[in-house]
Design a protein around this ligand. Structure first.
Ligand code: CMC
Length: 434
């Protein structure tokens, strides 16, 4: 538990004729939560909270999010400032070290990332054994998990080498992602180059070919930096919770991050950016009949949802979505791209924003609604969108894992359940069963 959590007052719980005092904890921004850590011991009862909608599972000093006001801050800095004025690697440093790097620290971090950019050559053979249309998210999680075998420095005290491991992961994930793309299209691998920036290096590994050299454009690098920053952390979302949960069992950082990648893959989470483009393409093929899709999303008998809309915490605009929407026009102009999907997205948003179904449920475009349009414009294939999200989220996962491991209050995550199955049954040997 971080020191900013204070026990301010108590809530009273009355069960039958017994009364219990439950401490109310208060965070540094005034968030309050009832501390039920002694509830079962004292009352014999658990709480029931599907999807952890009402439960804080840890205290954290990394990201602050006010879902009603649309505020997002990393380590106290507004997302708007960071997205506008920083490089992704500065933000990665900030999340992990709780301070923006000065020039010297940034240079050291950049050199660390350069040093670790290559993959162990043996690992490159792994790529040959995936089927050609394998999901890049599956490849990413397998490769990241395998890093633990090649770089076993986490075997002892995992916090001892955490800065090295963090650098290794942040650097190598980009090489793995680009190599998986090259393999999927049957092109030769392009190795990392230390003369390029973090994002420039990735783009070059993705798009350079022996027959057509790639020119790294500063505007594209800037757009990628912005997108990665916007995705870099988002407190206790599904994938971050997966990283913490798996890490709470004492497993190494690589395995924990691999679990996070798998959670992110889901269309309700990071996979939504891919789902948005698929939805917009379907609407385009359907004669741009977006009203039909809004009606489908509202129909309780239809499982369809508007991808890129809604959020567990935001009850207003997702501030990341606002920044991305603004950036869209700029990057499309620079790339000289006119994407019909942008207009469909804008129309869909307009209709949904004036529709009572969406208004009454506080459903607004989230970070994934417009990000895919930028990724398309810079040439990233749709099935790599969630990989891009993972590249961005990685420093957040690392910071959260580190915080969890450093926190003396951490315990293995082991939720309870309400059993609804059979009562004790009499066992029947095989021959006596019907
Ligand atoms: N389209 C239509 N209806 C929706 C949508 C949507 N996208 N999202 C929520 N609703 C409705 C839902 O049917 C429910 O209605 P009712 O109260 O009548 O039953 C109400 O809004 C509340 O929804 P919920 O499912 O209880 O909310 P949740 O907090 O459990 O789910 C969510 C949040 C993000 C999973 C959900 O809004 C959703 O499925 N959105 C589409 C997928 C998406 O864009 N995911 C990316 C989220 S942001 C980035 C990230 O986390 O990676």
């Amino acid at each position: 538990m971080t020191e900013t959590v204070k026990n301010t007052t108590h809530a009273q719980l009355i069960i039958g004729d017994k009364q219990y005092q439950l401490p109310i904890l208060k965070g540094s921004q005034g968030d309050k939560a009832i501390d039920i850590s002694r509830l079962h011991k004292e009352t014999g009862l658990f709480t029931y909270d599907i999807g952890s909608k009402n439960s804080a599972t840890c205290s954290s000093s990394i990201t602050y999010l006010d879902g009603n006001k649309g505020i997002l801050r990393y380590r106290g800095y507004d997302i708007e400032d960071l997205a506008e004025k920083c490089l992704f690697i500065e933000v990665a440093y900030l999340l992990i070290h709780n301070k923006l790097p000065n020039r010297e620290e940034l240079e050291d971090f950049r050199i660390l990332l350069e040093e670790y950019a290559l993959l162990h050559e043996d690992m490159i053979h792994f790529f040959d054994h995936f089927p050609p249309n394998a999901s890049p998210m599956a490849i990413l999680s397998v490769m990241v998990n395998s890093l633990a075998n090649y770089y076993p420095e986490m075997g002892g005290d995992p916090l001892l080498n955490i800065n090295d491991t963090a650098g290794r992961l942040i650097s190598k994930i980009r090489t793995i992602a680009a190599f998986s793309y090259k393999k999927s299209i049957g092109h030769p691998l392009v190795y990392p180059r230390n003369d390029l920036s973090y994002c420039g290096n990735f783009l070059n590994m993705m798009f350079d070919t022996p027959v057509r050299p790639y020119t790294v454009q500063p505007e594209v690098v800037a757009a990628m930096n912005k997108l990665l920053i916007l995705h870099a952390d988002h407190e206790q979302n599904c994938s971050t919770s997966a990283v913490r949960l798996v890490g709470s069992a004492g497993v190494n950082l690589y395995a924990s991050i691999s679990a996070g990648i798998n959670a992110l893959w889901g269309p309700l989470h990071g996979g939504a950016n891919e789902a948005v483009i698929q939805m917009l393409e379907a609407i385009h093929r359907d004669g741009n009949d977006y009203k039909k899709y809004v009606a489908k999303a509202k129909d309780k008998n239809d499982p369809f949802r508007l991808s890129g809309f809604g959020h567990r915490v935001y009850r207003t605009y997702d501030p990341r979505g606002t920044i991305i929407k603004k950036a869209c026009d700029g990057i499309l102009a620079v790339m000289n791209v006119s994407d019909p999907l942008l207009e469909i997205a804008q129309n869909l948003e307009e209709i949904a924003r004036n529709d009572d179904y969406f208004i009454s449920r506080n459903l607004y475009p989230n970070v994934d609604f417009y990000s895919g349009i930028i990724y398309r414009a810079i040439g990233i294939p749709t099935d790599m969108f969630t990989v891009m999200f993972a590249l961005g989220r990685l420093p957040g996962w690392i910071a959260q894992w580190k915080e969890m491991r450093e926190d003396p209050a951490t315990k293995i995550v082991r939720p309870r359940q309400i059993y609804t199955g059979e009562q004790a049954r009499i066992f029947q040997p095989l021959g006596e069963r019907f």
